[in-house]
Write a protein that binds this ligand. Structure first.
Ligand code: 13P
Length: 262
């Protein structure tokens, strides 16, 4: 596991304009104290990233890009590259299910993006997860296997420790359908087993694995308590600064409790 630190990410998706994002950041910074055991990452739209990067206290919050193009520069109208995001974000999403399913991003796009993020000193967060149809056909393990094999195809075992995997079952995203902790535990185990197969036991233990999909302040600590889950990605409930801060505070309390028990 990635150690004691939990990562809580707010994925704002295509919400909050420049003014709203700035107000949100101000509000959230008053609600959240800097803790060494919880890292808070905000993923606003690309439009607001730069201005937030100037306002943000990096000891309190890190920033993530929701998407980027894998080439560093060139004639790619409408795109932003990892080399342009360098110095603005610390993390970048790759293959979120909305990119895979709405924008038809391919496995080749994913692996090129993973390599581009690493090349530019940005930590890639590779999203994996099965659809409802795949789940009902008992294909979760195969889907995770294929997505990891393909997304990490250009990566060396030395680089894999700098990558984060986010498990988000597609059917649990934005639906309020909660994945059971047992299902999540099985999927996380399958992810680490595949990393072990590809890169070895040490890498499988060290890699950071997150969970996302309809997580709320009521359910967050149940997911964080699952063995092998190092953090959460929050969609809808990250859009309200107070609700999101509740999840962050619970993650801190949860890890404090775990330490006392341990
Ligand atoms: P919800 O929390 O809205 O289900 O979104 C999850 C997600 O897609 C985070 O990346």
């Amino acid at each position: 596991m990635a150690g004691d630190k939990k990562i809580i990410i707010g994925n704002w998706k295509m919400n909050l304009n420049l003014h709203e994002a700035s107000l949100y950041l101000h509000k959230l910074s008053n609600l959240i104290q800097i803790r060494r055991d919880v890292e808070v990452v905000l993923a606003p739209t690309v439009l607001t990233l730069q201005s937030l990067s100037l306002q943000v206290n990096l000891r309190q919050f890190k920033l993530a890009a929701q998407n980027f193009y894998w080439r560093d520069h060139g004639s790619y109208t409408g795109e932003v590259s990892a080399s342009q995001l360098r110095g603005i974000v610390q993390y970048a999403f790759i293959g979120h299910s909305e990119r895979r399913h709405i924008f038809n991003e391919t496995e080749k796009d994913m692996r090129n993006k993973v390599a581009a993020a690493i090349r530019n000193g940005i930590c890639p967060i590779l999203f994996v997860g099965e659809t409802a149809w795949e789940k009902s056909n008992n294909e979760t393990r195969d889907v995770l296997h294929d997505q990891l094999n393909s997304g990490l195809a250009n990566i060396t075992s030395h680089e894999v420790k700098d990558i984060i995997i986010a498990y988000e079952p597609v059917w649990a995203i934005g639906t309020g359908h909660n994945a059971s902790p047992t299902d999540v535990a099985l999927a996380i185990k399958a992810i680490r087993a595949q990393i072990e197969h590809l890169f070895g036991e040490r890498q499988a233990k060290a890699i950071t694995v997150l969970y996302g999909g309809s997580v709320t302040p009521d359910s967050s600590n149940d997911y964080l308590a699952i063995d092998g889950v190092d953090g959460l990605v929050i969609g809808i409930d990250s859009l309200n600064a107070f609700t999101f801060s509740e999840i962050v505070k619970k993650a801190h309390k949860g890890s404090a409790l775990a330490k006392i028990r341990g």
